[in-house]
Design a protein around this ligand. Structure first.
Ligand code: NCD
Length: 325
């Protein structure tokens, strides 16, 4: 019997990193610092290639399914852009009322169907744990693009990549998360991911929308100093990254509950006057009033650059998961 090396007999350009190849991406908990270094390095190469040639055939012949049970602009279209810039193609299902889901098909059956036509499935679904459930049913990789208030791991990866690109590194920074920390899945994933670095984290939210206690405990176990407050002004001057989030209206039980907290914090030129010059304001978007448009012209406003970084990170993830990075 001959023992084959992992990359033997693969076509030119196929390189399989076992940490990523064929793997699901369900939670940021699955990554370590080295994984992030790899993703960011590949993301950086993707950026260079997009700037030089626009599209290239790294994933030619690969088909991605984008299965979205909840609204999405950026996540969905950046995955489409990512696979297409790499020469692959996409099956896009973003209005499940027109698919067999409206006939009562289970998530498991829908996923089994779509994986027989494609090489990986990107899934957004309103229920926490849905991506893990889909991954159990599927034999192809499932990428969690948001499972209700659970996690949004690819967003956290692009957020961390944005911080590195904008601030030069991740260690030694103070990150302040603002807004809906209870239901916001992006901050759940980001807080977990930041535990890999030497960070300080502040959580600023209305009392009723605090970061879940189990998440605070997890971050605490990792030895990361955390402060919880309702007062943005008290932590803004020391903040290197202000991560603003939308109040997640769709997760509230009633309109009255939402109305009570909806305009709790609004970032304006004036409110940012006590912040450092060398800091950034991020937001996963969409915003619905929590950052005034007047602030967009401020060089510290990084949220539009953050979207662009997202495409490079998703290109990197697809290339790694599909085995050609
Ligand atoms: C976020 C999401 O869907 O969780 N959006 C995104 O993916 N960029 C944030 C939000 O909807 O508030």
């Amino acid at each position: 019997m001959t023992v084959r090396r992992a990359n033997e007999h693969l076509p030119f350009g196929e390189k399989r990193d076992p940490r990523f190849f064929g793997q699901d991406i369900l939670s940021v908990k699955q990554f370590d610092r080295q994984d992030l270094e790899t993703i960011f390095a590949v993301g950086h190469e993707m950026r260079g290639m997009v700037e030089r040639v626009g599209t290239f055939d790294l994933l030619k012949g690969k088909v991605l399914t984008n299965l979205f049970y909840e609204p999405s602009t950026r996540t969905s279209s950046s995955f489409v852009a990512a696979i297409e810039r790499l020469g692959g193609s996409v099956i896009q299902i973003n209005n499940v009322t027109y698919s067999s889901v409206s006939k009562g098909e289970s998530l498991r059956d829908t996923v089994r169907t779509l994986e027989s036509y494609s090489d990986a499935i990107v899934l957004r679904h309103p229920e926490q744990g849905s991506a893990a459930e889909a991954a159990k049913a599927a034999s192809k990789p499932v990428i969690n693009a948001g499972d209700g208030p659970g996690e949004h791991p690819t967003q956290a990866l692009l957020d961390a990549y944005t911080i590195v690109e904008e601030m030069g590194n991740l260690d030694g920074l103070t990150v302040t998360m603002l807004g809906d920390l209870k239901y916001g899945r992006t901050v759940h994933s980001l807080a977990r991911l930041l535990t890999l670095f030497d960070m300080k984290v502040n959580y600023v939210s209305p009392e009723s929308l605090r970061m879940p206690t189990e998440l605070v405990a997890e971050v605490d176990d990792a030895g990361i100093p955390q402060i919880e407050t309702t007062d943005l002004e008290s932590v803004l001057p020391e903040t290197d990254v202000l991560y603003v989030t939308r109040i997640q209206k769709e997760r509230f039980g009633s309109e009255t509950e939402y109305d009570a907290v909806k305009d709790s914090y609004v970032i304006t030129n004036e409110s940012m006057s006590t912040a450092k010059d060398n800091m950034v304001v991020m937001h996963p978007l969409p915003r619905v009033g929590e950052i005034a448009e007047e602030f967009d012209a401020d060089p510290r406003a990084a949220y539009f650059r953050q979207m662009e970084y997202g495409m490079y990170v998703r290109m990197a993830l697809l290339a790694l998961v599909l085995g050609r990075a």
